[in-house]
Design a protein around this ligand. Structure first.
Ligand code: NAG
Ligand code: NAG
Length: 153
C-alpha cells in the first residue's frame, strides 16, 4: 500500500510542475495554493493559460514593482536546471523579459519576490506581467504560465 502511494506521488511529481503568481494577482483564482498541485497554477498554454482577462492593477511606466510568485510544485533537475522569467508587454504582442531567476531547486511552495521597473510604454489597457516557469525538464511540460493584468497610467 505504502509503495503504491509513493509510486503515485512520484508519477504526479514528474508529470507536472506548477507556478502561481501572487502579485500582481494571477488570472483565475488562488484557491488551494498552499498545497502542491493547485489547479489554478498548472497552466501550460501561452501566454495566459487561456484565462480570461481579470481586474487590472494600475502601474506607471518607470515605477518599481515587486512581483511575487510561488513555485507550487518543484521541477528542478540537477543536470538541466530551469528558470523563471518575468515578462512584460501587451498580451497580443511578443513579450519582453524583465528579469530571469534561476531555479536552484527550492522546495515546492517556495515564494520568490523580485523587483522590476515597469517599462515606459504607451498608457492604456491590455498589458500583462507574466511569469513563465521554464522547467527544462524532459519529463515535464516545457513552460508553465501565469498572467496578471495591468493598466499603464
Ligand atoms: C527603482 O529601483 C532601482 C534599483 O533599486 C533604483 O535605482 C531606482 O531609483 C528606483 N526607481 C524609482 C522610480 O523608485
Ligand atoms: C525591492 O524593493 C523594495 C522597496 O524598495 C526593497 O525594500 C526590497 O529590499 C527590494 N527587494 C529586492 C529583492 O531587491
Amino acid at each position: 500500500m505504502t509503495k503504491c502511494v509513493l509510486y503515485l506521488f512520484a508519477c504526479v511529481a514528474v508529470a507536472t510542475a506548477h507556478v502561481c503568481m501572487i502579485s500582481p494577482p494571477q488570472r483565475g483564482s488562488m484557491l488551494g495554493i498552499n498545497k502542491m498541485g493547485a489547479v489554478d497554477c498548472m497552466l501550460v498554454a501561452g501566454p495566459c493559460g487561456k484565462r480570461a482577462v481579470g481586474p487590472a492593477v494600475a502601474l506607471t511606466g518607470g515605477q518599481n514593482f515587486t512581483v511575487t510568485f510561488q513555485k507550487n510544485l518543484d521541477h528542478w533537475v540537477k543536470a538541466t536546471p530551469g528558470y523563471f522569467s518575468i515578462m512584460w508587454g501587451l498580451e497580443t504582442m511578443p513579450l519582453k523579459e524583465l528579469v530571469r531567476i534561476p531555479d536552484m531547486g527550492q522546495p515546492s511552495l517556495s515564494l520568490f519576490s523580485v523587483n522590476v521597473t515597469i517599462p515606459t510604454d504607451k498608457p492604456g489597457k491590455g498589458y500583462i506581467l507574466q511569469t513563465q516557469y521554464m522547467t527544462n525538464n524532459p519529463k515535464a511540460p516545457p513552460t508553465f504560465y501565469q498572467c496578471g493584468d495591468i493598466i499603464v497610467m
